[in-house]
Design a protein around this ligand. Sequence first.
Ligand SMILES: [Zn+2]
Length: 126
Amino acid sequence: MTETASTINCPNPVCGIPVTATESSCPKCDTPLHDAFSEQYYEIDVAHSGQTREEARLQIEEGLNYALLYRYKGLKVIHGYGGANRNRGVIAKEAKWRLQDIADRKGYELEQDRHNPGAHILNFDR
Ligand SMILES: [Zn+2]
């Protein structure tokens, strides 16, 4: 999942070739990729692959590091609503608690995704 997320299209509209975010500039047109993700959220799903609570916790930690490393606007975590699925309910609760904790400690803003009640967005903008 992290492999595909690190590939983007060159932001130069006349170029637009797929490039890896680890490059500092586009190999074809030299457009700097430094801020390539600054308008996007890095998205992870911690609830729909049968994750355990511990796996979900690690996924959030890794996702946070990755999003900060590539200077994303923030981190979007899909945690599901829980509902009838007991394990997912635990994950959703754990994810929300964990994200709020990170937000409080780092001074980020945590908000419910407007389009998805089963997701929260951690905004790095201060
Ligand atoms: Zn390019």
